[in-house]
Unconditional design. Structure first.
Length: 179
């Protein structure tokens, strides 16, 4: 039984280190002299990306100025928490400490960043529509549903990465079991 527990702890150690790095990164970007330029960059990046994402999909998206974004007549203020920067950081931290082959790490990081980018833009579009039809539901859906979805996405990303790395390791070992 102790051997099983040790094996589980060993398997989860990279995830623990990833969370420690994630907390450290979050602390760093909240330091004076870093916080404001970082916030300005991410809010502007998110504002423009959501705007162009909607325009490419021919949706009724308007942006009079950063940080305001209007979808289907519903205006939202993009704040730092809306940028998904915490999820970008967590994904990077998971990849850094994962026991995956280097090539797999690069591929996983690209897939993860693209997934967060697309999902966050879809969040703005869907929340704009929700706010335009059901303004009373905007806050609860925004605060609960999207945080849970992003959390499950991160968990799924880690599970997928572990399974993919295990499978690719199995392919590398001739005559060995393939996972």
């Amino acid at each position: 039984m102790k051997a099983q527990q040790r094996a589980i702890v060993q398997k989860l150690k990279p995830l623990l280190w990833a969370f420690i790095l994630w907390f450290a990164l979050l602390a760093i970007v909240h330091l004076p002299y870093i916080k404001e330029p970082f916030r300005a960059f991410f809010v502007e990046f998110t504002n423009y990306s959501a705007y162009w994402f909607g325009k490419i999909l021919f949706l009724p998206v308007e942006m009079s100025r950063v940080p305001l974004l209007t979808v289907n007549g519903f205006t939202m203020r993009v704040v730092m928490e809306c940028t998904a920067y915490t999820f970008y950081f967590l994904g990077a931290a998971i990849v850094i400490f994962a026991r995956w082959p280097l090539r797999h790490k690069f591929k996983s990081l690209a897939v993860f960043f693209l997934s967060v980018f697309i999902l966050n833009n879809l969040r703005f579009i869907s929340m704009g529509y929700l706010g335009s039809f059901y303004p009373d539901l905007f806050q609860p859906v925004h605060d609960i549903l999207w945080n849970v979805l992003f959390g499950f996405m991160i968990l799924g990303f880690w599970v997928w990465g572990e399974a993919s790395a295990k499978k690719s390791e199995g392919v590398k070992e001739p005559g060995g079991e393939s996972g």
